[in-house]
Design a protein around this ligand. Structure first.
Ligand code: KIV
Ligand code: ZN
Length: 520
């Protein structure tokens, strides 16, 4: 027997095996929406449900069969005639209908669950497929728990199914027990031993109990399977099924290895993944292959540098190809290259010393805060753009606060080789800090306006402080940023005073001569 097609048939079971996941209940309109999206994605076969299981399943398979065109619509059935007739009825208006008939062939399932002898199972399989073939020429047969079945007996059952009219033979690893090389061997054994027409398709249906669902399915493809059963985001019974997006991208990314094509429009993968996640309430893990939100996010400095020069250094597939985008996540591992590139993308150009200073600030903040957002970056750059050479910078800050006592702040400011340290009390911590800065710089400056906001809206976000300060009757603004609001206030106050120092219009003598130390 040979498999004729070199096109991989993608059989999606999100709405059947996927919907069997604990806690997932989809309404009829939700199921139709998913089925429509799957069809748009180019899924060849949509397993829409198990019509005998409930009125809801019957109605949804019926509705999908009536409305969704382009893909084959499939309904699941056990070998008993009631199941098959119900599936046939639900699928009667489908453009292309498939009935998927199954019966278990492993000793434990036959003895303990079905209470049938192997001979009875063999007869059931043949009779069920024959009945299904009276509704549609497209009949799939699955020996449930195939990977724990006696291979010789399974071949007998598969042969009986083909002889009764099955056009697809699906080999389930129902309990996710197989290892890739076992499974590859089993598929080869089926390919070699079942006699059927040239267009007979061998299929895989792998569960993920040992995390092998995708690896096993692909091992099956290597051995000649030309249909893979899978589900969006890998949802399904227990640990789930093989993830559709991973199978598709493996085949598309490695044509050199698999040598087969598949008709999925990959640009819709991220969209459909999000839809299924939203409707099922099953989150997609951040690092999930292909559709996870970090699947194309680069944080290590060396990686970011590589990706900025040429994405192919660290991306084996284009993020856009799967509907995602490459993201440079700035954090403590990011290098100067990624930092300045991210600034440039925001239209902020810092060079030379300003870039160095901003980069130092960025590293300090990333250490404290983890991830740095675009809003944080903008704020850091603005702060740096405000400062310049010849101005004071905050070198040290200590604040002590005890309920019932006046807060005390000790501030050290530095300008080139000069350093000044002052301590002061205040009505509150911010007031104490401003008093200490005032005396360090020897200036009578009045705080006129003080606004504090959080840049990203979380408790670890940057505090963004903007102040208006009166220096000798003139007003100067300053902005400061930090994960600590007291430090942000100190930076903002100092920035305003620096502006006053640098401006031509500050009245003479406003800044008194204050003794400072020299040297760092
Ligand atoms: O896991 C399984 O064996 C199944 C069959 C119905 C194919 O879902
Ligand atoms: Zn299954």
């Amino acid at each position: 027997m040979t498999t004729s097609t070199e096109q991989l048939i993608v059989f999606d079971t999100t709405l059947r095996d996927g919907e069997q996941s604990p806690g997932i209940v989809l309404s009829l309109p939700e199921k139709i929406e998913i089925a429509e999206q799957l069809s748009q994605l180019g899924v060849d076969v949509i397993e829409a449900g198990f019509p005998i299981a409930s009125h809801g399943d019957f109605d949804s398979v019926t509705a999908i069969a009536e409305t969704v065109k382009g893909s084959v619509i499939c309904g699941l059935a056990r070998t008993n005639f009631a199941d098959i007739d119900r599936a046939g009825e639900a699928l009667q208006n489908a453009e292309h209908a498939r009935i998927h008939v199954f019966i278990a062939t492993s000793p434990i399932h036959m003895e303990r669950k079905l209470r049938m002898t192997p001979e009875q199972v063999l007869a059931e399989a043949a009779a069920g497929v024959k009945r299904a073939a009276s509704y549609t020429s497209d009949v799939e047969f699955s020996p449930e728990d195939g990977t724990r079945s006696d291979p010789e007996f399974m071949i007998k059952v598969l042969q009986a199914a083909v002889d009764a009219g099955a056009t697809t033979l699906n080999i389930p690893d129902t309990v996710g027990y197989a290892m890739p090389s076992d499974f590859a061997g089993l598929i080869s054994y089926v390919v070699e031993n079942v006699k059927g027409p040239d267009n007979l398709v061998i299929s895989t249906h792998c569960h993920n109990d040992l995390g092998m669902a995708v690896a096993n399915s692909l091992a099956g493809v290597e051995s000649g399977a030309r249909q893979v059963e899978c589900a969006i985001n890998g949802i399904g019974e227990r640990a789930g099924n093989a993830a559709l997006e991973e199978i598709v991208m493996a085949v598309k990314t490695r044509p050199d290895f698999f040598g087969i094509s598949c008709g999925i429009d990959t640009s819709g993968l991220a969209r459909v993944s999000k839809l299924v996640s939203r409707l099922t309430g099953y989150p997609v893990q951040y690092n999930k292959a292909v559709v996870g939100r970090n699947a194309f996010a680069h944080e290590a400095g060396i990686h970011q540098h590589g990706v900025l020069v040429d994405k192919r250094t660290y991306e084996i597939m284009d993020a856009e190809l799967v509907g995602q985008h490459t993201e440079i996540v700035l954090g403590k591992h990011s290098g100067r290259h990624a930092f300045s590139d991210a600034l440039a993308q925001l239209g902020l150009r810092l060079q030379g010393d300003s870039l160095n200073q901003a980069f130092i600030r960025f590293k300090e903040l990333a250490d404290r805060k983890g991830q740095i957002t675009e809003a944080d970056l903008e704020a850091i750059a603005h702060e740096e753009l405000q400062s310049g050479l010849g101005t004071w910078e905050l070198a040290e800050l200590n604040v002590t606060f005890e309920i019932g006592k006046a807060p005390t702040a000790s501030v050290c400011v530095r300008r080139e080789e000069e350093q000044r340290t002052q301590t002061a009390e205040g009505a509150g911590m911010i007031d104490a800090v401003c008093n200490a800065i005032r005396s360090a710089l020897g200036v009578q400056a009045q705080m006129m306006d003080f606004t504090v906001s959080s840049v990203t809206g979380k408790t670890d976000a940057l505090g963004d402080v903007i102040v208006q300060v009166d220096v000798g009757g003139k007003h100067y603004s300053g902005r400061g940023l930090s994960t600590d609001v007291v430090e942000a206030s100190a930076r903002a106050f100092l920035a305003a005073l620096n502006k006053a120092i640098c401006s031509d219009d500050v009245p003479e003598g406003v800044f008194a001569q204050v003794e400072g130390e020299t040297g760092p």
